[in-house]
Design a protein. Structure first.
Length: 493
């Protein structure tokens, strides 16, 4: 470095050096954020039955809250990543965490269903903006050979949150029959404010000044078209109780708006600044992998359905429900470790194995459910049967989830160039999140419809939802097998 170099460049290099010295502290902060994003969903699904009873939340309201959280999260991933690229990444990270904390506080204080749902949507959107900043931090602080360890640590945080979330949610909900669910949002807000504070203090400002044209490079027109189109398609799926003429119009409007989004993005690609790189879908491994990620998103609907079934259908407490769901996390963590090691050697074959394992796990859950204790069962006799009957299926399905997600991401990104990696990762994560949201809406709609049709037969409703989730996974498995059979020699299988 010479004295003639601009002061901003000198500041940038100095801050980067300090960033490398503190990078493992940055990883710790990012772990906390990953824990927050995962534990929020895990605790929220446990609290749904109590929220229904205390807030008068209807079927549509439940879908708006649970699936809407996933949708808001998904819609903000790509624009959030772009904003971090062209603005001060740490500022985007910290301010979005603060907004998430404020929204969680608002949810804890909610007095009406609309107030609660709106707060949850804002919370999900804010966390969606935070998530891609983690990738940006790692890109700046670690080289390619070093990134495996920090990503592995994020996987640990995810597994811990997935395993502890239902249990923590059950403990907090059990504290108060009326307002226990509010403590979940208080906990979320506390973690968000803590992560924001630590992020401000420990994460270096690696970008010294924002792009002067950052507002153009974020492609605001593309963001608006994408969000409006997706929401217009999503609302008719959620609003099941009242089919007004407006709802029938929204779906075709959404299709038209999304068609306009595709046209706009192709136009922007010629200018070199698209919000999403649609050309990536023409890359074989990426297009098929993205489709598998969307379809497998339906698996996450299992958590929501289980929380309702075990509490409202079988009659167990929130804490017991959380404990019964915990084995899924153990299986997921084990599958992620094994899948991460085998991804490059076995490629899509590991993905196919994971999808098949998930199907076997769901079948085991269905068999165990035949002997599940009901309201009238003695509690001391019910718990061992509950754990033994569903536990094996949950471990297997979780193992399949871990074997699917990380290897699929590895193979999907294998033929993507480094210059397109950021956009590709954002699109892949967005597709998976949209799959989660659509899966929750579809599965919960089938659950409530079956309950209405059978006069409240929870057993039939639960089996119906398992069959729907299994159908999505089966389609994904067929795609993976097709890719394996037709893939050329020398490519990652």
């Amino acid at each position: 470095m010479t004295a003639r170099e601009p002061r901003s460049r000198q500041a940038s290099v100095g801050e980067y050096s300090r960033g490398r010295a503190r990078r493992w502290l940055v990883v710790a902060v990012c772990q906390l954020v990953v824990f927050l994003g995962t534990v929020t969903t895990a605790m929220l699904v446990i609290a749904v039955p109590q929220i229904i009873s205390t807030m008068g939340l209807g079927e549509d309201g439940q879908q708006w809250m649970v699936a809407g959280y996933a949708l808001a999260y998904a819609l903000m991933l790509v624009p959030g990543g772009r904003l971090g690229d062209v603005w001060r990444r740490r500022a985007v990270f910290v301010s979005s965490l603060v907004l998430s904390g404020v929204a969680a506080t608002s949810a804890a204080l909610a007095q009406t269903p609309v107030w609660l749902v709106f707060s949850v949507l804002v919370q999900g959107g804010a966390l969606g903006v935070v998530s891609p900043q983690i990738l940006g931090f790692f890109q700046q602080l670690f080289n390619k050979k070093e990134r495996g360890r920090p990503y592995g640590l994020l996987g640990v945080a995810f597994a811990v949150a997935l395993g502890s979330g239902p249990v923590l949610g059950g403990v907090l909900v059990d504290v108060s029959p009326e307002n226990g669910w509010r403590l979940i949002f208080v906990a979320n807000a506390s973690i968000a404010f803590l992560a924001a504070t630590l992020g401000f203090l420990l994460i270096p400002a690696l970008t010294t000044s924002p792009d002067r044209c950052w507002w153009r490079r974020t492609d605001p027109v593309g963001v608006v078209l994408f969000v409006v189109g997706m929401v217009a398609l999503w609302i008719p799926m959620v609003e099941e109780t009242e089919r007004t003429p407006v709802l029938w119009v929204l779906a075709p409007v959404g299709v038209v708006v999304l068609a306009g989004f595709v046209f706009w993005e192709r136009r922007q690609a010629k200018r070199g600044s698209p919000l999403v790189d649609l050309g990536l879908l023409r890359v074989r491994s990426y297009g098929l992998g993205a489709l598998i990620a969307v379809l497998f998103g339906a698996y996450d609907a299992l958590y929501y359905v289980l929380a309702l079934y075990l509490q409202d259908g079988v009659g167990h407490s929130p804490l017991t429900t959380g404990l019964v769901m915990a084995p899924i996390a153990g299986g997921t963590a084990a599958g992620a470790v094994v899948g991460g090691r085998l991804a490059w050697r076995a490629g899509r074959r590991v993905v196919a194995l994971g999808l098949l394992t998930s199907l076997v796990g769901l079948a085991a859950v269905t068999v165990g459910d035949l002997f599940l204790p009901t309201f009238d069962s003695p509690h001391s006799a019910a718990l061992p049967l509950l754990f033994a009957g569903l536990g094996a299926g949950f471990v297997l399905s979780g193992l399949g989830s871990g074997l699917t997600n990380i290897p699929n991401q590895t193979v999907t990104m294998s033929q993507v160039s480094n210059t397109r990696a950021g956009s590709a990762a954002g699109m892949l994560q967005t597709g998976h999140r949209l799959g989660i949201s659509a899966g929750i809406v579809g599965v919960s709609t089938a659950l409530f419809a079956t309950l209405d049709r059978t006069g409240g037969d929870w057993l039939a409703a639960f089996r119906t939802t398992l069959l729907i989730i299994a159908a999505f996974i089966l389609v994904a498995l067929l795609i993976a097998l097709t890719d394996i059979v037709t893939r050329k020699e020398g490519q990652v299988r």
